[in-house]
Design a protein around this ligand. Structure first.
Ligand SMILES: C[S@@+](CC[C@H](N)C(=O)[O-])C[C@H]1O[C@@H](n2cnc3c(N)ncnc32)[C@H](O)[C@@H]1O
Length: 199
């Protein structure tokens, strides 16, 4: 298991990488990102048409958390590792003004970007905080749904993150998790590389 010093070094590397991504995602990943990425991943076209362009500028999701189950009007949703806010925007449209969407992100620049993007998109029932997934700043049982898109693979404390995701869900709440899984193990050279942790 990684030491606390390793964890801090990995998170620092992740913050640096995503602070740069918050400035613009183009050319920063080996997979398709931005608007084309959301289209490839099969997001509902109605949401993509409604989304203002800046919501795509930092979009680097690895899956479509909304393909995993329904999100209903009036529900409360937490997006963990919310990036520039595209998934919060979609969740906000699904829950409607009677619902609530909250996002957390480790990277202050990403959280700032999400706030700006959501305000510009006219979304008033959303909030975004800077926080790590291993210590989510919300009470037990607060949310009907937790979404996450490309967060777990970046986290060296996966068990702690899963405990937190479970803790903030109400009994019977749903987890819509999109992430990267490897069929084979990770080469040890990569687990020792800060760059490999933040790809
Ligand atoms: C692959 S990006 C995906 C962002 C967003 N979900 C999207 O679809 O565009 C991962 C995001 O998770 C954030 N992140 C990474 N590790 C985190 C952690 N331990 N806790 C909270 N956020 C984290 C990064 O700052 C980044 O914005």
């Amino acid at each position: 298991m990684a030491s606390e010093r390793d964890v801090e070094a990995i998170q620092q590397g992740v913050r640096q990488k995503y602070a740069a991504v918050a400035e613009g995602v183009a050319g920063r990943f080996a997979y398709t990102t931005g608007r084309a990425g959301a289209e490839v991943l099969g997001y509902d076209a109605d949401h993509l048409v409604a989304a203002p362009e800046p919501l795509f500028d930092a979009y680097c999701g690895v899956g479509n958390p909304f393909a995993l189950g329904e999100i209903r009007p009036g529900e409360s949703v937490l997006d963990v590792g919310c990036g520039g806010g595209l998934d919060l925007f979609v969740a906000a449209r699904l829950v409607g003004p009677g619902g609530r969407v909250c996002g957390i992100d480790l990277t202050p620049e990403m959280a700032a970007r999400a706030r700006t993007n959501l305000a510009a998109a006219g979304i008033g029932h959303a909030e975004v905080r800077v926080a790590a997934a291993k210590a989510i700043p919300y009470p037990d049982g607060r949310f009907d749904v937790v979404t996450s898109n490309g967060l777990l693979n970046l986290s060296p404390r996966k068990e702690a993150v899963f405990r937190e995701l479970h803790r903030v869900l109400r009994p019977g709440g749903r987890l819509h998790l999109a992430d990267i899984c490897l069929a084979d193990g990770v080469p040890s050279v990569d687990t020792c590389s800060i760059d490999a942790w933040s790809q």
